[in-house]
Design a protein around this ligand. Structure first.
Ligand SMILES: [Zn+2]
Length: 679
């Protein structure tokens, strides 16, 4: 076989299954790629190009055709890469584009041009760094360039697939490749009629080694792992610098080109971005950034567990791997965030249902998603979870993206919060929304199991990641004296917002029951917190003449000290996702009585790590309290067990620590792209 000729397979499909469309030009039956086969060997072509030159009227060629195109290209690149550092222009010719890129602000610009005369010209006259050998022979360092450009070059190359592989290696993650490439959809029909055009002195069509269409070029880039591929009709060059028409002149060519460009734009719109017919295409793509962008969306940044968790994720996640953007409504904590957090505040994002504001918030979230193009959307709490997940869904289907959607409800609200009707609406919405969610995160096993019972998600969709709890201060002070409680009395207490869902009212009722049945039991009761039910609770206490036995402290900032002074901790909630105060009480080795709701049984194993009682049942709660007061042995046993359990280390992380939470979340973020969704 002639060593100067080579036969090649389709560079996209890797097979040799073609039909001939023109003498020496074939079309791959599988993908539609058009290419010269057989053709001159790469070596021969490089030799050929290294000798040719067209420098005679170079100034005119520059002025006529490329400057405007290059300016537009640079603007586009600037939008994609605000920081202008290192650029490589492949096939830079006489160096016009590198020269312009330098003037535009790129700090380091390098060109490649196998035509030695052109390369020499660029070096001597423009002072540019230009290599005169193929890219694969240069050996640039890994991930060196921020941007690599190919102006009407890629279809001339012998092995664009191999050159793109090399491009991939030398471009940094997040870097941009930019192409202007001849469009075979335009070129081929004209090429087929070339004989007729020639008779009139035209040579309007170009077909080098490859003829790419928008579709085949996109496939090639995808094969080389580039992402965010964008294709558009390229504006025509201004004049007729290459004298494609000998007789009719420049103005005629310009008119035809402009009309064709307008037509191609119309066709692109009508065909919904499927058909591109202009003579050339403008294409850019990215090497995916290693840093994944995550939108953390929460309804309000108020005091409380879910806000703490979200702030902790934004602050502590690995910055080498993730960039977190916090999206939230107003809230006490949203106002004083340090510069550390990248925050987008949506004032319309409110907790209550409010159709107008909700719709507004929905589109604002959608806008942020569209602008930021995150890899993952992680929503927290129910309103943000609902709006954020549907906005993500809409973005995925309209923009043809695959942003992963994770939701952490931070405890469900299916009972204990609202009336039956409102609760059933919540359940229905959550069921529906779970279907568009990749992963659901429960803060306890109990939350997961109850959510599954309500038909929310499938078992394989759920992960359990406890909310991270900060460690307690090392030194705690005994507040017994300050509160004037004698050493002989056991202190039985709770810490809670005095809202219906916390069930503190039932604790007060239980105290009344105890006082009636066991008036001489040596104990005092402590209720720490404030809220809308305070008056109600006070009324129960006053009415039963318990003022001496019960201390209502209101809101306090020495909660750990208070819990540490208690002998028995009570959590009478009607619903509780996890209960950070329970975890605190466990850290402190307190015997705990909790209600059998949602997440509490996950923390308190009945009679091993505490006692469980039914919610809204003062009688049973009173019995449990009395049992613990009377049975010191049981008290000590469950206290020891629960301290050991809460503080033990799992794979090197303490069970409820922030570090473990971040570790498990990182694992989830890392694997979500490889794990098959089981929704
Ligand atoms: Zn093919």
């Amino acid at each position: 076989m002639n060593p100067e000729i080579e036969f090649i397979k389709c560079i996209i499909c890797g097979v040799d299954d073609t039909i001939t469309v023109l003498p020496g030009i074939v079309k791959c039956k599988k993908c539609g790629l058009i290419y010269k086969n057989p053709r001159e060997s790469e070596k021969k072509e490089v030799q050929y190009f290294s000798k040719i030159d067209s420098a005679e009227h170079i100034e005119q060629v520059w002025n006529d055709s490329k400057i405007k195109l290059f300016q537009e290209g640079l603007k586009l690149i600037n939008n994609l890469l605000p920081e202008k550092r290192k650029l490589l222009d492949i096939g830079c010719g006489h160096g016009l584009f590198p020269k312009m890129a330098k003037e535009f602000g790129f700090k380091e610009v390098v060109g490649i041009e196998v035509s030695q005369i052109a390369a020499e010209f660029a070096r001597e006259n423009l002072g540019l760094t230009v290599y005169d050998k193929p890219i694969r022979e240069i050996n640039f360092p890994d991930e060196y360039f921020d941007c690599i450009t190919f102006w009407n070059v890629i279809d001339v190359l012998s092995y664009p697939d191999k050159d793109l592989e090399e491009t991939w290696r030398i471009i940094r993650p997040g870097g941009v490749i930019f192409f202007r490439v001849h469009n075979i959809v335009y070129q081929l029909p004209l090429k087929k009629k070339e004989k007729i055009f020639r008779m009139f002195g035209f040579s309007p069509a170009l077909l080098h080694n490859y003829g790419f269409s928008a579709d085949t070029f996109k496939r090639l880039l995808e094969k080389c792992n580039f992402t965010d591929i964008s294709i558009s009709n390229s504006k025509p060059t201004a004049g007729d610098p290459y004298k494609t028409s000998k007789y009719l002149g420049e103005w005629f060519v310009r008119l035809v080109k402009s009309s064709l460009y307008v037509l191609s734009e119309i066709i692109q719109v009508i065909s919904l971005d499927k058909l591109f017919i202009s003579s050339a295409l403008t294409v850019y793509a990215k090497k995916p950034s290693k840093i994944k962008k995550i939108l953390e969306i929460i309804t309000r940044l108020d005091m409380g567990g879910s806000s703490e968790v979200v702030l902790s994720i934004c602050k502590n996640s690995d910055k080498q791997k993730y960039e977190s953007i916090l999206v939230c409504g107003y809230g006490e904590k949203a106002e004083n965030l340090d510069k550390y957090y990248s925050t987008r505040i949506i004032p319309e994002l409110v907790r209550n249902i409010s159709p107008l504001e909700d719709l507004n918030a929905f589109f604002k979230i959608y806008g942020i998603i569209k602008k930021e193009q995150p890899d993952i959307i992680h929503t927290h709490s129910s309103k943000a979870g609902f709006l954020g997940r549907w906005a993500g869904w809409l973005y995925n289907i309209t923009q043809n993206k695959n942003v992963k959607i994770i939701h952490t409800p931070h405890g469900h609200v299916f009972y204990g919060y609202f009336g039956r009707f409102k609760s059933s609406i919540y359940v229905a919405l959550e069921r529906m929304t779970a279907k568009i969610t990749d992963r659901l995160v429960a803060i306890t096993e109990g939350e997961r199991d109850e959510s599954l019972n309500y038909g929310i998600g499938k078992i394989g969709q759920w992960d359990i990641i406890h909310g991270g709890v900060k460690s307690l201060p090392e030194k705690l002070s005994d507040v017994r004296e300050k509160l004037k409680i004698s050493k002989d009395d056991l202190i039985i207490g709770t810490v809670a917002r005095l809202e219906p869902v916390k069930g503190v009212k039932y604790f007060a009722e239980a105290i009344r029951v105890i006082d009636m049945k066991y008036p001489s039991l040596a104990c005092k009761f402590l209720i720490v917190g404030d809220g809308s039910e305070r008056k109600k609770i006070e009324a129960i206490i006053n009415k039963s003449g318990l003022k001496d036995k019960v201390l209502l402290t209101g809101m306090r900032d020495d909660v750990p000290d208070l819990i540490s002074s208690m002998d028995i901790y009570v959590q009478p909630s009607l619903n509780e996702g996890m209960g950070i105060t329970i975890v605190f009480a466990q850290f402190l080795g307190k015997p705990i009585i909790g209600t059998k709701v949602q997440g509490i049984p996950s923390l308190i194993k009945d009679r091993e790590r505490g006692l469980l009682v039914p919610p809204k049942n003062p009688q049973k709660l009173a019995e449990a309290i009395v049992e613990l007061v009377k049975n010191k042995e049981l008290r000590e046993k469950i206290a020891g067990n629960s301290k050991k359990w809460a503080t033990e280390s799992i794979n090197g992380y303490r069970r409820f620590s922030e570090e473990r939470m971040i570790h498990l979340l990182t694992e989830l973020y890392d694997t979500i792209f490889t794990k098959k969704s089981s929704r």
